[in-house]
Design a binder for this molecule. Structure first.
Ligand code: AMP
Length: 414
């Protein structure tokens, strides 16, 4: 009965078969709104969060419109990272499995030959990171003259990673008569300019409040002194009944350090950051997906878009410095309606960053104390005890942030 809803959207029979084989029973909100527009040929700006089903929202109607195999690429999807490109390629292949349409993925860090072979055989859909795609274009391996559908996925991340000039060069090689779609969690001015330049009268779809993280996620902040961060992390892992957890660190070096510490404590740990080779990254993701590792330690490269089902917990070992990254990191959990928990370890110097996150998501995140943990720096929690030092007297409360509250001055206690 629910499958009817998919079948009412105007998708082709073969694509519907693909959807059915994936086990999807009903379209997600972004799919309901985007699919008819894409089928109409409209340009589209989507600001849905990851985990909302946005890949299928563009892939299903694109595959429907492409109909059947021709030798020249007619759809191009640009992604900021290899992992995302590979994930989106897999989604396209899955959805296209009952069509004769072909898909190639193009990214750097691996040899050219396999990609060259794929391009030579003639593919309908290319999923690519911008740099390597440009290389192929410059070597004459790939001509975008027949492109009908263009998707710029995670556009704000492409901007952050300095890819916009490459993206523009690629766009210039696509026909003006094309359908363009852009997905971005935020629309900074540079993306706005790109939209003006590259899109025609786009329709905007915003699913959920753009800035709010997935509703199903419970957020908690654990204030802790710097020297007890690793102890608290170990204790959290002991106490929490998790299936799989991603731990985010600010730096690659920090991620390595935390991962080795956890390995030393007998956790099965995978590491994902950009100093790892492509093979190592794939192996880490694959192992984590399959449950070979229970913990994935990552830098923000993994925060955006990566689809890892059933992540039960996200732990921010370091507070993200950009509020959007908090939302993206937290987006790893609470996917596909699972509830998840998001814990953030916060040291005194993080107060300003935490405040910007709270302002960004328009809510205050409760501070909690891990009961029974041997906190060495108890002043963190003594704000409202009789006789406690006044806020300005306590060292940890050095940062009065905005018109708000002081670090550690929360009443909530367990
Ligand atoms: P995305 O936001 O595209 O990364 O998708 C998030 C996850 O939701 C992926 O694992 C998809 O396979 C899954 N998904 C997408 N559409 C549906 C749907 N209609 N029903 C159930 N799961 C879906």
């Amino acid at each position: 009965m629910l499958r009817m809803a998919f079948s009412k959207l105007g998708l082709s029979q073969q694509v519907l078969e693909g959807v059915k084989a994936m086990g999807y029973t009903e379209p997600t909100p972004i799919q309901l709104r985007a699919i008819p527009l894409v089928l109409e040929g409209r340009d589209l700006i989507g600001s849905a969060q990851t985990g909302t089903g946005k890949t299928a929202a563009f892939a299903l109607p694109i595959l429907t419109r492409l109909q059947s195999h021709k030798r020249a690429p007619r759809a191009i999807i640009l992604e900021p990272t290899r992992e995302l490109a590979s994930q989106v390629e897999t989604a396209f292949r899955d959805y296209a499995r009952f069509t004769d349409l072909t898909v190639a993925v193009i990214y750097g860090g691996v040899g050219y030959q396999k990609q060259l072979d794929a391009l030579k055989t003639g593919v309908d859909v290319i999923v690519a990171t911008p740099g390597r795609l440009l290389d192929h274009m410059e070597q004459g391996n790939c001509n975008l003259g027949q492109i009908e559908h263009l998707v710029l996925d995670e556009a704000d991340r492409m901007l952050d990673m300095g890819f916009l000039p490459d993206v523009k060069r690629i766009l210039q090689k696509c026909p003006n008569e094309r359908q363009s779609m852009l997905f971005s969690a935020t629309i900074p001015p540079a993306i706005e300019t790109l939209i003006q330049w590259a899109m025609r009268n786009p329709e905007t779809i915003e699913i959920g409040a753009r800035r709010s993280p997935a509703e199903t996620v419970k957020h908690v902040i654990y204030p802790v002194s710097d020297m007890q961060k690793t102890d608290l992390l170990l204790e959290l892992l002991k106490r929490v009944n998790y299936d799989s957890v991603i731990i985010f660190c600010r730096t690659k070096h920090g991620a390595d350090r935390v991962a080795h510490m956890l390995q030393g404590a007998n956790h099965a740990v995978a590491i994902l950051h950009s100093n790892r080779t492509q093979a190592e990254r794939e192996q880490a993701l694959e192992g984590f997906r399959k449950g070979r590792y229970e913990v994935l330690v990552a830098t923000d490269i993994a925060a955006r878009g990566l689809d890892i089902a059933k992540v039960s917990h996200v732990i921010n070992y370091d507070v993200p410095q950009h509020p959007e990254d908090y939302v993206h990191r937290i987006g790893r959990t609470g996917r596909a309606e699972n509830t998840g928990d998001a814990f953030t370890l916060m040291v005194a110097e993080d107060a300003m960053h935490v405040f910007s996150i709270e302002r960004y998501i328009s809510k205050q995140i409760p501070r909690e104390k891990l009961e029974g943990f041997n906190y060495r720096y108890t002043a963190l929690f003594e704000a409202d005890k009789p006789g406690a030092a006044k806020p300005h007297e306590r060292k940890v409360q050095m940062a009065r942030v905005g018109g708000g509250y002081f670090f550690g001055a929360r009443k909530r206690r367990r």
